[in-house]
Write a protein that binds this ligand. Structure first.
Ligand code: ADP
Length: 400
């Protein structure tokens, strides 16, 4: 069937619409006023009966070609437990009005078809039908009710399209995460082997010239950087999959922070690291994951500041329940916009894109680790004056 109009049948207002729209179709086809009225009355009668019993009916008016002749057809579909019988006045009456009438039911959906043949003298052809379809698709709403109804339909369609887009992008996202996970696993193994061999070679000090030792140091350093990046990629995919797991132990907070800073001092020889420990307490944490957080925050503090500048680490007890760490540098700082996005996945400030290498994963992973520990992380910064990253962790309950 070539559809001209479609109306959902939900309430009495739709009955008026069904009648008026059917009249208009019959009129535009050039049918006599008597035929217009007969067909529209039959449609209205069934529409009324459908609305009486259900609120999920649909009416489609269109044209159907059988052999060389077109017919004007109305098709009602609705889900209903109710059986229509001749006892329904409207149903009985409509059958009398149109020459072709049929009702069938399958899978809980009832379909009522009614049709009148159109005279050949109307000279209907595909071009005329296209014009009619165009007319009804652009027709102004008959009243405020139809206007709202149309808007609702288009809003629903947009909502459905958006939902589908969202579903598709979720699928792509899942595939990307899976790819990241597989790729980083595959890359990690050969890098680990390269690193192990460079360390073995470095161990054979006597057999190496200073030049070769220098080369081995560079291989070792670069493979460590690569391993960190691959580990971050793996962590991001673990976060996406909800697979980041923690091995929690109870530790003395200040002792732990102190050990972290001492460890990092060896890795960051070009910066002055100062430590100020206050208000100690016990915390419950995954030491390896928390080491990752310190390595990221201190590594960034060094990366985004000049050599030989100071990086200070400070701890304090904020309240009875939390311990706080602040890491301050005297580096490039960041804008207000960056501050808002800094913990987002893959975010990198515009001004570091060309000057500093990185993938924008470290802070995303670190913030996830902190929040998973029941804590909170934030940054205070100004361009040109440096940044202060702070995070708070809950004090171990067993301690209080
Ligand atoms: P990466 O350093 O690999 O880009 P991160 O997630 O660790 O990824 O950091 C995200 C971004 O935050 C960086 O690209 C940089 O723009 C900004 N940033 C992080 N730490 C600092 C800092 N200490 N000073 C200035 N900008 C920083």
């Amino acid at each position: 069937m070539i559809e001209l109009i479609a109306i959902s049948l939900e309430n009495e207002m739709d009955l008026v619409l069904a009648h008026k729209r059917t009249m208009k179709v019959a009129e535009k086809l050039g049918l006599t006023v008597a035929t217009q009225t007969t067909f529209s009355t039959a449609v209205s009668e069934i529409a009324r009966t459908v609305i009486e019993h259900t609120d999920n009916g649909n009416l489609v008016i269109g044209l159907e070609q059988a052999k060389q002749r077109y017919g004007l057809k109305a098709v009602f579909t609705f889900e209903s437990e109710v059986r229509f019988t001749n006892a329904d006045e409207g149903y009985y009456y409509a059958q009398k009005l149109v020459p072709e009438f049929d009702m069938r039911e399958s899978d809980g959906v009832t379909v009522i078809d009614m049709k009148i043949g159109l005279p050949r003298s109307l000279l209907l052809d595909r071009v005329k039908i296209n014009v009619l379809q165009d007319y009804f698709s652009k027709a102004e709403p008959l009243n405020a009710y139809e206007d709202i109804k149309k808007r609702n339909v288009s809003l629903n369609r947009i909502a459905e399209e958006k939902e589908e887009e969202l579903r598709q992008s979720r699928i792509i996202d899942e595939k990307k995460t899976e790819f990241m996970s597989v790729a980083s696993h595959e890359i990690k193994t050969p890098i680990t082997i390269i690193k192990a061999y460079s360390q073995m070679a470095k161990g054979r000090k006597d057999e190496c010239s200073d030049h070769v030792k220098g080369i081995l140091d560079k291989i070792d350093l670069q493979s460590t950087k690569l391993l960190t990046l691959v580990q971050q990629l793996l962590d991001v995919s673990k976060i996406e999959n909800g697979n980041l797991v923690y091995t929690i132990e109870r530790v003395d907070f200040n002792a732990f922070v102190s050990s972290m800073v001492n460890l990092m001092k060896n890795i960051m020889p070009h910066h002055e690291l100062t430590l100020d420990l206050k208000g100690d307490g016990m915390v419950e944490l995954d030491t390896l994951r928390m080491e990752q957080v310190f390595s990221n925050l201190l590594g960034n503090a060094a990366k985004y500041s000049e050599k030989n500048t100071n990086i200070s680490v400070h701890t304090e007890r904020c309240d009875d329940d939390h311990l706080k760490v602040t890491i301050s540098d005297q580096g490039i700082g960041m804008s207000g916009d960056s501050i808002k996005s800094i913990f987002n996945k893959f975010y990198r400030a515009d001004d570091v894109l060309r000057t500093h290498s990185g993938l924008g994963m470290g802070l995303y992973v670190s913030s996830k680790i902190i929040t998973d520990h029941g804590g909170r992380i934030w940054v205070d910064s100004e361009i040109g004056t440096g940044s202060t990253f702070s995070f708070m962790l809950p004090v171990s309950k067993k301690n209080r």
